[in-house]
Design a protein around this ligand. Structure first.
Ligand code: MN
Length: 207
């Protein structure tokens, strides 16, 4: 049985960057629906009951039966991605990349500014609903910016998410309407790099 954890801060905590009503609906309705639908899908396969969502998504094509694979991809992905997303935000943002993550960003993208520009460009340009992630290789030695459609997870493609932005319209439409670029700029100012570094050092975000 998968459970929706409360946010690690108040709904209003990310104002004015991300508004209270968006946070309430996004967490209590959208994320809750992913959790409920994942639980419904798993009911058909009680043998999967002991698996974590990280395990299910990592081994989606080999260990999740075909009749529920799409449901786990969509709703398990939705549960995982949103849990990551909440954890990576904090009022006013926190820290900036340091240590090994900073070194890897410099080595891979040519610097933090270049990384941020590339990530922003991917998030701005992603067509339709999806996510953009900063992910590590499974050995933790390479970094990638990955655009994913719908609720697909880098875990199902051999990567470990470190940071991710939700660019579904439900993440920003109430406040920003069609102005996705403004939402992305606001999101950057609330990123919790302390948590991103933990994800990187732990070999990914695991729930
Ligand atoms: Mn969302």
């Amino acid at each position: 049985m998968f459970v929706l954890d409360p946010l690690p801060y108040e709904f209003k905590a990310l104002e004015p960057h991300i508004d209270t009503q968006t946070m309430e609906i996004h967490h209590d309705k959208h994320h809750a629906a992913y959790v409920n639908n994942l639980n419904k899908a798993i009911e058909a396969h009680p043998e999967l009951g002991g698996k974590t969502v990280t395990e299910l998504l990592t081994h989606l094509d080999t260990e999740v039966p075909e009749d529920i694979r799409t449901a786990v991809r969509n709703h398990g992905g939705g549960h995982y991605n949103h849990s990551l997303f909440w954890q990576l935000l904090t009022p006013g943002g926190a820290a900036s990349p340091e240590g090994k993550l900073s070194e890897m960003i410099d080595k891979t993208f040519g610097g933090y500014t270049e990384f941020k520009d590339k990530f922003t460009k991917e998030a701005t340009g992603l067509f339709g609903s999806g996510w953009v992630f900063l992910s590590a290789d499974s050995d933790g030695e390479g970094l990638h910016i990955q655009a994913m459609a719908n609720q697909d997870s880098p875990l199902s493609h051999g990567h470990k998410p470190v940071l991710g932005i939700d660019v579904w319209e439900h993440a920003y439409y109430l406040k920003y309407q069609n102005k996705r670029a403004d939402y992305i700029a606001a999101w950057w100012s609330a990123v919790n790099w302390t948590e991103a570094m933990k994800n990187f050092e732990a070999g990914g975000f695991n729930i």
